[in-house]
Ligand binder design. Structure first.
Ligand SMILES: Nc1ncnc2c1ncn2[C@@H]1O[C@H](COP(=O)(O)OP(=O)(O)O)[C@@H](O)[C@H]1O
Ligand SMILES: [Mg+2]
Length: 404
């Protein structure tokens, strides 16, 4: 199974798991809430009943019993007569629930009719009242959910948030551990390749020296060409070994490094394509030349591939003095990249070429971001007109001649 499929399966199972837990928890909590609500109504009924008996009872023992029942019930409630006058309350804010009469008799006590009104409206909204008759008068018992039940109603949301956070953390940990694994494989492969290339390259060098002696041909052009190719191989091996270690960045004039590579590249492409280098020759940046050459090679090769028939490539070096940045823009007159693919082109495996691997730009991005602490992006592109890729590097130093 390919890693992308595997990753998607993981995502789906995590998601299913989350949905199962979430709905299970919602169902169970709503079951609890329903049961507790039922039992609270019973409590309110018992309380109402005990109030009634308190009022009409003349047996003291019975009264004591009724009072203990009454006080053990915890649902907040208000009793009114049929005109809506408050008769008794329980379980409300004790600083505000004194009755009018009490407050008038005792100055320390406060009577807050607004508070009663608010509470009553809230209770009327929550449950239908329990009715009973006292001395021929219809009394109404209003009650609201206990604090416990109210908390329980919020509980699923708390729980769901906790689960969501947990899943998010799990997923992040999982995907970052996979990433570092991929990095290790990547770096290991590069190191191993460099290592394995090393031996045949040095013996090839030795063979070439031997051939020069044997055929006594110091300036034989064939041997010179061979030597060039072997040197090229050495550079390739060097690049791979650099990927595996943290390369040193050295101060360079960007223009000079780019010029060396462009001069090398120029003579190796079709005569129908021209390459021009423009811009500020003084800007400096920390570069690792073998890796930076690799970056240029990838960008220039892509530009060449994008051009069908005749075309031109312009490499321009510019800078932003205030932000201390150096820009390297590679512009071609090729087929262009659709806007929706500006980010996708940097993903490994994305290619539109028949023989492409789609690794060039992902490697390039890595070399710019990880090894040069820079940025690379598609600055601009128009289908059928051309594309500009921009590299941004830190301008570490301006030399004396730098004016612009
Ligand atoms: N200068 C460009 N102009 C148009 N398309 C480009 C250009 N550079 C890259 N691309 C697109 O990005 C894809 C990925 O490029 P790259 O990672 O170098 O892989 P490859 O060259 O193997 O296809 C290319 O196949 C092409 O579709
Ligand atoms: Mg490429």
């Amino acid at each position: 199974m390919n890693p992308y499929q595997q990753k998607r399966r993981w995502k789906y199972s995590l998601l299913t798991f989350a949905v199962v837990i979430a709905s299970g928890s919602l169902l169970y909590t709503s079951y609890l809430v329903r049961n507790i609500a039922k039992s609270e109504r019973t409590r309110a009924e018992v309380w109402a009943l005990s109030m009634k008996h308190l009022l009409i009872a003349d047996d003291d023992d019975f009264l004591g019993y009724v009072m203990s029942v009454r006080d053990s019930l915890s649902v907040p409630a208000i009793v009114t007569n049929n005109k809506g006058d408050v008769q008794f309350t329980r379980g409300l804010d004790p600083t505000k629930t004194h009755l009018k009469l009490e407050a008038e008799n005792n100055k320390a006590k406060t009577y807050d009719p607004e508070y009663f009104k608010r509470e009553l409206a809230y209770m009327q909204d929550q449950h239908r009242p329990i009715k009973y008759k006292v001395y021929g008068e219809q009394w109404l018992v209003y009650y609201k959910d206990s604090p416990l039940l109210t908390q329980l109603k919020f509980f699923p949301y708390v729980q769901l948030s906790v689960i969501a956070i947990f899943l998010l953390l799990a997923y992040t940990a999982f995907s970052s551990s996979r990433k570092s694994e991929q990095n290790q494989v990547w770096v290991g492969l590069a190191k191993e390749t460099a290592h394995q290339l090393g031996t045949p390259i040095s013996s090839l060098m030795a063979w070439i020296e031997l051939m020069k002696e044997k055929f006594n041909a110091e300036d034989d052009s064939l041997i010179a060409e061979m030597e060039n190719d072997v040197k090229r191989l050495e550079i390739v091996a060097d690049r791979f070994s650099k990927i595996g270690s943290t390369p040193k960045l050295e101060e360079h004039r960007v223009y000079e490094v780019v010029k060396d590579f462009v001069d090398y590249f120029k003579v190796r492409i079709s005569k129908n394509i021209t390459i021009e280098l423009l811009g500020n020759p003084h800007l400096q940046a920390g570069l690792n030349v073998p890796l930076f050459d690799w970056v240029l090679e990838n960008l220039l090769k892509n530009a060449v591939n994008a051009i069908e028939g005749k075309g031109s490539i312009i490499v321009e070096i510019s800078g932003n003095k205030i932000k201390k940045q150096v820009f390297i823009d590679v512009t071609d007159t090729g087929k262009g990249i659709p806007r929706s693919k500006f980010d996708t082109v940097f993903q490994p495996g994305y290619t539109t070429r028949k023989r492409g691997w789609g690794l060039g730009l992902s490697l390039t991005k890595r070399m710019i971001e990880v090894y040069h602490n820079g940025q690379i992006f598609v600055r601009d592109s128009e289908l059928g007109k051309g594309t500009t890729f921009r590299i941004v590097l830190k301008n570490t130093r301006y030399d004396k001649e730098t004016k612009s």
